[in-house]
Design a protein around this ligand. Structure first.
Ligand SMILES: Cc1ncc(COP(=O)(O)O)c(C=O)c1O
Length: 438
């Protein structure tokens, strides 16, 4: 790009053309990206520990993913629900084989859509259809997306719903939020975990009307808190007892991020519906719903639809990315590297405000608390900015709903699953230095 065009982009960036509601992390403008590195129009280079919010499992612009997109672009760009196309069928076939290994039994069938939020809506619609019920349950600290229904199901940051609470609260009159699943810090650990107590009480009263419990195997926005297997197994027992479907929101945890294909694999449970997104599109917009065929077939043709969902380019890119992950053992690699990163960062626990280092695979949270033991959101932001100044892109997370039980403040470590060890440890060194305030 010539100097003049470069200047033009930088001045356009100053003109308020794009809605600030998205809360862009920086005023930088992306120029090129490759692997773990992102270059911007103002000439900066960043190691990317955000992976486009847990999307780039194979790093930015993996050549095989780009090649798959280019090849597909020459064949079919878009047909919508008019007819099926090869990338959709090939991707679904690949996924069905993976699901058969993880959850043997009736084969899985896939509804391919555009975004995680949209897929959460669809999964809930399917559960309502299949059960004929009208209520839902989820957890405090949960984040399930940005549509109004996904917003009502979520409870991780008050700012996400307060401006539209008049409608969200109407939906929430049919949605129960059990206390945040924080097993390690649970007040009621000596009896039953309080999230389960809450859920049990709700289901005793409303179990016959409840279609589904929606959960994250490791809360994302809520603060990178993994569920405990014992808690998840109790939850499943409860769901089965009341005929309630279990919907796993694997949008962030899915497709290898946690060191297994899906986060629920750590829990010894079998969700009825799995919602996926982010990494599945290899960097293009793709998400969807997986359910066994007899359950998915409860829907009549035409009860749901999409213009762009399961787009040929996204499916081709996604299939290329998943194939690379499988071929190169990136899921197992995420487990090994994640363990090493957690071990190294855990050595800093108790210093620099670090209260906890947690997570599974390469979905790692570093929780900061202040001297009074309160979530230190300001410190997280300060570390993130210091890291950025040193060339490392980080995100934060953590529930912020005014509940001492749910709230926390975390930095997230989310590199690509194929990040080179050199780049990984270089990024970790920057992070450590930013934590120390160097
Ligand atoms: C666990 C979880 N669910 C749902 C969503 C919403 O997905 P999308 O942003 O693709 O709509 C996200 C996005 O961050 C997520 O992390």
């Amino acid at each position: 790009m010539s100097g003049i065009l470069e200047q033009n982009i930088l001045s356009l960036n100053e003109e308020g053309l794009l809605a600030d509601v998205l809360g862009f992390e920086t005023n930088e403008v992306a120029r090129t990206a490759q692997g773990a590195l992102l270059h911007t129009h103002s000439g900066h280079e960043f190691i990317d520990f955000t992976s486009g919010i847990a999307v780039h499992a194979c790093g930015h612009n993996h050549p095989e993913v780009v090649q798959a997109i280019v090849q597909q672009a020459r064949e079919v760009l878009h047909v919508s629900d008019i007819m099926r196309h090869p990338p959709q069928l090939e991707l679904a076939d690949w996924m069905r084989r993976r699901f058969a290994e993880i959850l043997p039994g009736d084969p899985f069938t896939f509804l391919l859509l555009n975004s995680g939020s949209e897929s959460i809506d669809a999964a809930v619609k399917l559960a309502l259809r299949a059960t004929g019920r009208s209520r839902l349950a989820a957890f405090e600290g949960a984040f399930h997306g940005r549509t109004i229904l996904a917003t009502a199901l979520s409870r991780s940051k008050t700012i996400h719903w307060q401006s539209c609470s008049a409608l969200v609260d109407l939906l929430r009159s049919n949605i129960y939020h059990a206390p945040a699943p924080r097993c390690s810090g649970c007040q009621n650990r000596s009896s039953a975990p309080c999230c389960l107590q809450g859920m049990e009480e709700y289901l005793k009263q409303h179990g016959a009307d409840t279609a589904a419990i929606v959960f994250e195997a490791q809360q994302g926005e809520g603060g990178y808190v993994p569920l405990e297997p014992a808690m998840a197994q109790e939850l499943q027992k409860m769901a089965r007892k009341y005929g309630v479907l279990l919907i796993a929101d694997e949008i962030q945890t899915g497709w290898g991020r946690t060191g297994k294909w899906f986060g629920f694999e750590y829990l010894g449970i079998e969700p009825d519906i799995v919602v996926f997104g982010k990494a599945v599109g290899g960097g293009l917009p793709l998400a969807g719903v997986a359910a066994r065929k007899p359950l998915m077939d409860q829907w009549l043709p035409g009860e749901h639809g999409t213009t762009f969902g399961g787009n040929p380019l996204s499916c081709a890119a996604g299939l290329a990315a998943l194939t690379i992950m499988h071929r190169d053992g990136l899921v197992e690699r995420a487990a090994v590297l994640g363990e090493a990163v957690r071990k190294r960062l855990s050595a800093m626990k108790g210093s620099c405000g670090i209260a906890d280092v947690r997570g599974r695979g390469l979905m790692i949270g570093i929780e900061l608390r202040d001297a009074n033991g309160k979530p230190d959101y300001a410190a997280c932001d300060a570390v993130k900015l210091r890291a950025r100044d040193k060339g490392l892109l980080l995100l934060t997370c953590g529930a912020k709903i005014g509940s001492a039980h749910a709230d926390n403040s975390c930095l997230r470590v989310l590199p690509a699953l194929n990040v080179s060890e050199e780049m990984l440890w270089k990024g970790i060194e920057i992070l450590e230095s930013a934590l120390r305030g160097d």
